[in-house]
Design a protein around this ligand. Structure first.
Ligand code: SAJ
Length: 401
């Protein structure tokens, strides 16, 4: 029988779009979040995050009566866990949010319910969820059992609503019946292919996708530093190398940010520290790139008396307002502390950030001695190159290439 009621725990970048989408597909959805302000905002038909078209979807889902938000779970046919999985100090995965979401849904489980972990998780986390449920609700076994599966989210911020529907999904249960139940559920709203595997492979698949991209970006970032050392233009080099039919090098940048690529590879490293050497090194190269940019700017700034340094961009990638793990933000902060002069930041997608002087693009360019391009926002692509002529330009992201 098709499930009717869904409880989505965690109303962030993944949980809220998922809950709203399911509501518009006819499910009765309860979204749960620990933050009262988030619950209030959503119940008012508004959103607390920036994502194209999400406001329209949430308004329509809440307006239809199919989406409600609450601080606590209620009984449902399907529970979706979409809480953060950051890491602790020493890159050790922090699973406290997954554990507390599991504990919160346990009292509401009934035989036949399906629990899906969507949060990006280290290998073994879905089994951990199943074991926690078995411990708290030991009577839910055999004919009265519940089903537990992992289906990692794979959507690209900025394109979440389209990708939630169109992307292929990897579904892995802790056993065959759990996999089957989860596949049937995703097939009701995903137009991409829903592919069955086991829970551990599904977990590793998501970590592999992001580590693959991180490693490829590390290659590009290493090339950018090599080219600087050897006196070459890295953008020209990559453009030429990419003319080979089997070469496709990504773009160097100010480093790698966001809550995914900068985090997930560490889950693999933590699981197998002696074996995951390339993945660890890629993380170190990408983190090191931000420090390298800072050193270059500080070195240039030391040649001026009272220089004005302008950082173009603070977000973790172009055309969004998301500052999580942003190398551009870290660079701007480090320069503010290190440069003996004035550091200005231009970020068209946010209005203020404590400790940084955010200013208008044209005003900043007029005052600048040194321009540091950190994020390829569309506003920067349109800058008249004549305005940059008398400046020292450090273009970490290639926006003026
Ligand atoms: N970046 C570069 N050079 C490039 C591409 C990206 O320096 O050529 C940088 C960006 O500037 C940014 C970082 O990498 O700082 C990550 O950006 P991204 O656009 O590559 O990815 P995310 O973090 O926004 O989303 C990724 C996606 N994963 C993959 O493409 C394999 C997305 O599909 C995942 O769902 C998401 O992580 C996630 O939630 O895990």
């Amino acid at each position: 029988m098709r499930p009717k009621t869904i409880c989505v725990i965690g109303l962030g970048y993944i949980g809220l779009p998922t809950a709203s989408l399911l509501a518009t597909k006819g499910y009765s959805v309860l979204g749960v979040d620990v933050a009262p302000s988030v619950v209030e905002t959503i119940n008012a038909g508004d959103i607390h995050i920036v994502e194209p078209e999400l406001d329209i979807l949430v308004r329509s889902a809440v307006g239809s009566g199919n989406l409600r938000a609450s601080l606590t779970p209620e009984p449902a046919d399907v529970f979706v866990i979409a809480v953060p999985t950051p890491f602790k100090g020493d890159h050790e995965p922090e699973l406290a949010y997954v554990d507390s979401a599991t504990d919160a849904l346990c009292p509401h489980l009934s035989p036949g319910d399906l629990v899906i972990l969507e949060s990006t998780s280290p290998v073994g986390t879905t089994e951990r969820v199943a074991a926690r449920i078995a411990q708290k609700r030991p009577e839910l076994t055999e004919a009265d059992r519940v089903f537990v599966a992992h289906c990692p989210e794979r959507v690209l911020p900025g394109h979440i609503l389209r990708e939630l529907i169109e992307n292929d999904r990897i579904v892995g249960g802790v056993d065959g019946p759990s996999t089957d139940a989860a596949v049937r559920f995703y097939e009701t709203f995903v137009s991409g292919e829903v592919i069955a595997t086991n829970a551990r492979t599904a977990e590793m698949c998501k970590l592999t996708e992001n580590s693959y991209r991180d490693t490829n970006i590390a290659f590009a970032n290493e090339l950018s530093m090599l080219c600087h050392e050897l006196g070459m233009n890295v953008w020209e080099l990559i453009r030429l190398a990419n003319r080979h039919p089997r070469v496709d090098i990504l773009n160097p940048g100010a480093g790698v940010g966001g809550h995914c690529l900068a985090v997930d590879p560490w889950f693999i490293v933590h699981s197998a520290p002696d074996t995951a050497r390339l993945i660890r090194t890629a993380r170190e190269v990408n983190d090191g790139k931000a420090h390298w940019v800072v050193d270059r700017v500080v070195e240039k700034a030391s040649r001026f008396r009272d220089p004005v340094v302008v950082c173009l961009g603070l977000a973790y990638k172009p055309d969004i307002d998301d500052l999580r793990e942003s190398p551009a933000l870290e660079i701007a902060k480090a320069l503010t502390a290190k440069v003996d002069g004035t550091v200005l930041a231009v970020e068209p997608n946010i209005t203020a950030y404590e400790g940084l002087e955010i200013t208008d693009l044209h005003d900043a360019l007029e005052r600048a001695d040194i321009v540091v391009a950190l994020v390829s926002h569309r506003e920067f692509k349109r800058v008249d190159r004549a305005l940059l002529q008398a400046k020292v330009l450090i273009d970490a992201c290639g926006v003026f290439r």
